[in-house]
Design a protein around this ligand. Structure first.
Ligand code: PRP
Length: 219
């Protein structure tokens, strides 16, 4: 039995579709209910539906063998895992954003306050990459509010379509990282359940390669 931790929401649905295309029986995972563990003894798969930020935790501790989770969450949580596949969906960017007036002037503001749901990514970027000390203000959502209301000069947040920034008069000032959904594997499971996990990784990789090729043809 392989236990797969899925990030509740859109990523979970896309991950289930992908497993199905790769030839796995995902009927259990498609069950419309509020159950958090969906198991199909016949197919040998058990799905757990977790909050995205908790998926790396379940996988690191071995409560799940495999997880599907955004790179943003992996960077923020910094867990000990094997990251084995870039699934190519759930694409977005982690960005520094702020008012238009700050375009090209970000480095001139000393001791900036940065509002974010991602304090670890923000610290690694400003202190590690830019060698700059900032005050990080942890928020839990609607982060775009912070510069509008004077809580912080800038934010570090996910930008997908750019619509939230645009409608709030904000702009991308710098890109921190490209984000997409990843498959992660528990380090012990990779060895102890390699008979089941390695073929699954191969089948998923094949399927992702097909999808990427189709995507290129569409362009
Ligand atoms: C995310 C992110 C941005 C928005 C970006 O928010 O934090 O606010 O989506 O998407 P866009 O570029 O397509 O507009 P989410 O919906 O997760 O809500 P929250 O941050 O308020 O929790």
């Amino acid at each position: 039995m392989i236990t797969i931790a899925l990030s509740k929401g859109r990523l979970a649905e896309q991950a289930i579709d992908l497993l199905e295309k790769a030839g796995y029986d995902v009927n259990a995972a498609r069950e419309k209910s509020r159950k958090l563990i969906l198991e199909d003894p016949k197919s040998g798969l058990r799905f757990i539906l977790a909050k995205p930020a908790d998926v790396p935790t379940y996988v690191e501790y071995g409560a799940a063998d495999i997880g599907v989770v955004g790179k943003d969450t992996l960077l923020e949580e910094g867990r000990q895992l094997y990251e084995v596949i870039d699934l190519g969906f759930g694409r977005c960017r982690m960005c520094v954003a702020g008012p238009k007036e700050l375009e090209g002037k970000l480095d001139m503001i000393p001791n900036k306050r940065v509002g974010t749901k991602y304090p670890n990514i923000t610290r690694a970027y400003f202190e590690g990459v830019k060698n700059e000390s900032v005050e990080i203000i942890k928020l839990n959502g609607s982060v775009e509010l912070a510069p509008l209301i004077g809580l912080s000069e800038v934010i570090v947040d996910i930008v997908e379509s750019g619509r939230t920034l645009y409608e709030n008069g904000l702009e991308v000032l710098e890109t921190v990282a490209d984000i997409s959904a990843r498959v992660v594997v528990n380090r012990v499971s990779m060895r102890m359940k390699s008979d089941e996990i390695k073929p699954m990784i191969d089948r998923l990789r094949e399927q992702v390669a097909i999808m990427n090729a189709e995507g290129r043809e569409d362009k």
